[in-house]
Design a protein around this ligand. Structure first.
Ligand code: ADP
Ligand code: MG
Length: 347
């Protein structure tokens, strides 16, 4: 018999490593949007503008008015595992920024034609870095950053084939911005597609947080969401839960108005969905899906956000405690209209 042939073990080239990482981080244009908006928010932006062509497949640009990237750091921003957000393991365990893995820009740039135009407030001019050629030259821009991603997946046709119609990809991109917008009423967002303004959510001037949230929810999900929901506010204990929960009548056939955030990050989590569901156990029957936007604040040391490259999952150190906090927060909130209705019925 012939011994199976083998090739020597070798280090993969950097570009290929990034392309492999891109397989996890970048599924479609909306994943790029998520990463770029995360970065803009981490940079302290107050206004974020997204411009798309062909559902984001041909072009995605994200403009912000954040702190910018100094000229000499532009090439570093594109390197794998290069980040300004953490420096050691302790930082990782207490991370409060959206990003920390330092791989998004490198991964995205490896499957597209990327450029970054940026100017920190103190710098005389902006600089434009072309990722492919490495060329760095002065350009014009107000302080802030513009990241431009062209021809996503042009080099990886297998991935490109999985993309849906432009309209579907656009809808996913809008949903991605919506998730950010619901967490940050203080930031203005606009989305342009093929030169047309498709969404615009103006920054809500800082006022009472519940009021600001209600205004942002009305802009993003519609007035009905607010009219048919009650404020959630559980501030005691180690875990705070705020937001709004829909009245039972507002339940929908699909779970498309269920938004959960942990320390400002949109997450999909079974513990949270189950907790919310159980709060409605006595008032909602059948397959109806409650609507809610819930914001959980917890000591970063009690969660692990480094579970998945897209950071859409978290792990709680004590999930029972989180489950209870969420369940009781919603039950308390719903008890208000329930008590009022019971009183009205009694009269
Ligand atoms: P991460 O966000 O995990 O740090 P990224 O690859 O997304 O990794 O970004 C790399 C670095 O580039 C960031 O740490 C940040 O310093 C810088 N950066 C990226 N986007 C922006 C932006 N819009 N404004 C300012 N700095 C940015
Ligand atoms: Mg990032």
């Amino acid at each position: 018999t012939v011994a199976p042939s083998r090739r020597p073990i070798r280090d993969l080239p950097d570009e290929l490593i990034s392309q492999i990482a891109a397989g996890e981080v970048v599924e479609r244009p909306a994943s790029v949007v998520r990463e770029l908006v995360d970065n803009a928010l981490d940079a302290g932006a107050t206004q974020i503008t997204l411009r798309l062509l062909a559902g984001g497949v041909r072009l995605i640009t994200v403009e912000d008015d954040g702190v910018g990237i100094p000229r000499e750091e532009l090439p570093v921003a594109l390197r794998r595992h290069a980040t300004s957000k953490i420096a050691d393991l302790h930082d990782l365990e207490t991370v409060v920024t959206m990003g920390f893995r330092g791989e998004a820009l490198a991964a995205i740039a490896s499957v597209s034609e990327a450029s970054i135009l940026s100017r920190p407030a103190g710098q005389d001019s902006a600089y434009l870095l072309d990722a492919r050629s490495g060329e760095l030259r002065p350009a014009a821009r107000n302080p802030g950053t513009t990241v431009e991603i062209k021809e996503l997946f042009f080099s990886t046709p297998a991935r490109r084939k999985f993309l849906k119609t432009d309209a579907t990809e656009l809808a996913h991109c809008v949903e991605s911005v919506r998730r950010h917008a619901l967490a940050r009423p203080d930031v203005g967002f606009s989305i342009w597609h093929e030169g047309k303004l498709v969404e615009q959510w103006r920054a809500v001037p800082s006022s009472d947080p519940q009021e600001a949230l209600a205004r942002r929810l009305a802009d993003v999900l519609g007035e009905d969401f607010v009219a048919q929901s009650v404020p959630v506010e559980r501030l005691n204990g180690a875990i705070t839960v705020t937001g709004r929960a829909g009245i039972p009548d507002a339940a929908r056939s699909r779970p498309d108005h269920q938004y959960c955030y942990v320390n400002g990050r949109f997450v999909r989590d079974k513990v949270l969905t189950h907790a919310a569901r159980s709060a409605y156990e006595d008032v909602l029957h059948g397959q109806k899906q409650p609507i809610y936007a819930l914001y959980i604040t917890i000591d970063p040391a009690r969660i692990d956000v480094n579970v998945h490259p897209t950071k859409i999952e978290v792990r709680f150190r004590d999930s029972r405690e989180v489950h209870q906090a969420v369940r009781y927060a919603i039950e308390d909130a719903l008890a208000v209209p329930r008590a009022a209705a019971a009183q009205a019925a009694a009269q």
